[in-house]
Write a new protein. Structure first.
Length: 96
């Protein structure tokens, strides 16, 4: 799988925000469905966020690991959501 050269920041925000707003940490499949992304696109963005330390996979014992937001990921989400809101006027639930 090729790495993303120029990631879409809206997609990054959507992934981070989806994890942040879930009542319980989602599995990879639950996150993909909740974010409304196709598998190949999701895998590329998940890999990007994992490599950058924004999300992490957490072992839940039985079953697949869950995806959790790191402190760095939370800080990045707030920064990106504010910047995109200021530039485009798009409001994200993280900033409400």
């Amino acid at each position: 799988m090729e790495p993303l050269e120029r990631p879409d920041l809206y997609v990054v925000v959507r992934l981070l925000e989806t994890v942040r707003t879930r009542a319980t940490p989602p599995t990879r499949t639950q996150l993909q469905i909740a974010a409304g992304m196709n598998y190949s696109q999701f895998e590329r963005y998940l890999e990007l966020t994992l490599q950058r330390g924004l999300l992490e996979l957490t072992d839940r014992g039985a079953g697949p690991p869950s995806v959790t937001l790191t402190r760095k990921g939370y800080d990045a989400l707030m920064f990106l959501a504010r910047g995109l809101r200021d530039i485009t006027g798009t409001a994200f639930s993280s900033l409400r």
